[in-house]
Design a protein around this ligand. Structure first.
Ligand SMILES: [Zn+2]
Length: 283
């Protein structure tokens, strides 16, 4: 079932056990737009079945928020204009050239070009994939793009992000809803989870310039403004305490700055900013 956020916006909840992110839907007077295409054709089909039940105008546009497989592998299922930013388009190229038979998938996993989870989900959800080719995006934009669905404007914009270098968000001004994809998360390199510290404040500035009340996050589903503000506050406090690759110094600094111990989230973020310092010191 799709969850209704506001008059014209909906989302399909994320499903952690299946590696599925939340998918968004906006409808106007003459067309609809989706945010992210699902982690497999099966995920996309299930989303389309739910959309059909609502009797909305046809899905004419699909925005891919970034080039992580779980957000785009379902895109062949949509008879829609696929919209990506330039960088996402560049990152997608190798996925367009891939073959998806079992041997090719195993080779990608051993070359570390694909996660084992991606292979397992594609094998499970796409039993017949020997001739599968991912379709190419149709509309490539640079910084921002506005699409009118008929009395319903969608602002599509590239933002700074601690998660990827190619993050796109979708903002619906009339509804005060912001679809963030995964942009507000950290990322993992060589098994180390980290937040790109230098991009935290630029990202928050890029996101906070939109007047939103509801935020759809790729793997959390929905947050209200208060929850989102708390998330930023905890991230900022954690980042302010991290000045080196020492976790101990960062924890001491947090206590001195805030006159209290970090909570569970803040400690998680402190570790992630320390990991960013560790990765930078190694490169
Ligand atoms: Zn992602």
């Amino acid at each position: 079932m799709l969850n209704k956020i506001s008059d014209k916006t909906y989302y399909l909840s994320d499903q952690e056990d299946k590696g599925r992110p939340a998918l968004g839907l906006v409808s106007g007077d003459h067309s609809s737009l989706i945010i992210d295409a699902g982690n497999s054709p099966r995920h996309a089909e299930e989303f389309l079945q739910e959309i059909e039940k609502l009797n909305l105008p046809r899905v004419e546009y699909a925005v891919i928020t970034h080039a992580h497989w779980d957000h785009f592998m379902g895109m062949n299922e949509f008879d829609a204009t696929i919209i990506v930013n330039h960088q996402t388009n560049d990152l997608l190229q190798r996925w367009l050239n891939f073959s998806y038979d079992d041997l090719s998938l195993q080779k990608r996993v051993s070359d570390k070009q694909m996660s084992p989870q991606c292979m397992e989900i594609l094998q499970e959800d796409m039993p017949d994939r020997d001739n599968f080719k991912l379709r190419t995006p149709d509309l490539i934009f640079d910084k921002s793009l506005v699409i009118d669905l008929g009395n319903k404007k969608c602002v599509i914009e590239t933002v700074e992000s601690t998660h990827t270098t190619d993050s796109t968000i979708v903002y619906i001004p009339d509804e005060k809803v912001l679809f963030l994809g995964d942009c507000a998360y950290g990322t993992t390199t060589n098994g180390l989870f980290y937040f790109k510290q230098s991009l935290l404040m630029p990202m928050i500035r890029d996101i906070q310039k939109f007047d939103a009340e509801w935020f759809v996050l790729g793997h959390e589903s929905i947050c209200d403004l208060e929850e989102m503000d708390l998330y930023w506050k905890e991230l900022i406090a954690a980042s302010a305490a991290v000045k080196s690759a020492s976790l101990q110094k960062a924890e001491e600094s947090f206590k001195a700055q805030n006159k209290r111990e970090p909570n569970e989230n803040e400690l998680f973020f402190i570790k992630a900013f320390v990991n960013d310092r560790i990765i930078k010191s190694q490169s």
